[in-house]
Ligand binder design. Structure first.
Ligand SMILES: [Zn+2]
Length: 271
């Protein structure tokens, strides 16, 4: 599936691998001015190149190194020769290739090819825009958001996704993620431009509710632990049983990981 949707000066490019004609797991990239922000999975790379060919895109920015955001980058670089900028910590991963567990190779139909990227600086400027690069680790160590100050737009990659995220991967750091959410909230964004949820108004309320949900969950989990319950039981009581995704990912993606993170980590001191 490849589906461009205009939204004022932005274009949301909805992409997904399909199985028996149905989209499997959707992700979006965004075209704005001469920029393309993120590039979708590798299964839609040729459609993305065709859409960009002859159009205004002159630079590609990447929010993080996950396969559903960098899958079109190699093809864009090879066929259209557009420069690619990404978080400094992820640049070696782009060059060497991403190590992906089998379940993610199956979901996204293959693995992104390698490409060369330049590290992002503190801002990205062009005609009629100025994006601040905001480090937002947690979901991925490399994650950054892009904040367009004049318009108060936040290109948030996978920082938001939705208000009540209940499953985390093992390597995600929920306390870093919360700290990143607070950092972008302090910028007072108005539009949240999310790679999974789409273009959302009332950005600050959504970010506040997301922070509140995890902080409340942390309090409830700590109370249950004081009663002597283990991680598995706490996760089951607060979030329900694990689902198919946890089973298919061999536990990499689970409710238990979220509860463990909320219990084991500690809130970061205020910056
Ligand atoms: Zn991601």
């Amino acid at each position: 599936m490849f589906h461009p949707i205009p939204y004022g000066p932005l274009t949301r490019l909805r992409m997904a691998p399909t199985f028996l004609g149905k989209p499997v797991r959707e992700v979006s990239a965004y075209a704005f001015a001469d920029l393309l922000i993120d590039t979708g999975p590798s299964s839609t790379a040729s459609r993305l190149v065709e859409w960009c060919r002859g159009g205004p895109v002159r630079r590609v920015l990447l929010t993080h190194h996950h396969e559903d955001h960098i899958g079109g980058a190699a093809a864009l670089q090879e066929e259209l020769r557009v420069p690619i900028l990404g978080p400094a910590g992820a640049v070696p991963i782009f060059a060497e290739g991403l190590r992906m567990p089998l379940y993610r190779r199956i979901v996204w139909r293959g693995q992104p090819r390698t490409f060369r990227a330049e590290p992002l600086g503190e801002t990205v400027e062009g005609e009629g825009y100025r994006l601040r690069v905001i480090p937002t680790p947690g979901h991925a160590f490399s994650h950054v958001c892009f904040f367009e100050e004049g318009r108060r737009w936040l290109f948030s990659g996978d920082l938001y996704v939705h208000e009540r995220v209940k499953l985390l991967r093992r390597i995600e750091d929920v306390w870093q993620h919360l700290d990143s959410l607070k950092r972008v909230l302090a910028l007072e964004p108005e539009l949240l431009i999310c790679d999974h949820a789409g273009i959302l108004e009332h950005a600050q309320g959504r970010l506040r509710r997301k922070i509140q949900y995890w902080e409340d969950l942390s309090g409830q989990a700590r109370a249950l632990r004081e009663q002597g319950l283990g991680v598995e039981e706490i996760a089951r009581r607060l979030l329900g049983r694990e689902g198919l995704l946890t089973w298919a990912s061999l536990g990499d993606f689970s409710k238990r990981n979220l509860i463990r993170g909320l219990l084991e980590g500690s809130p970061l001191p205020p910056a």
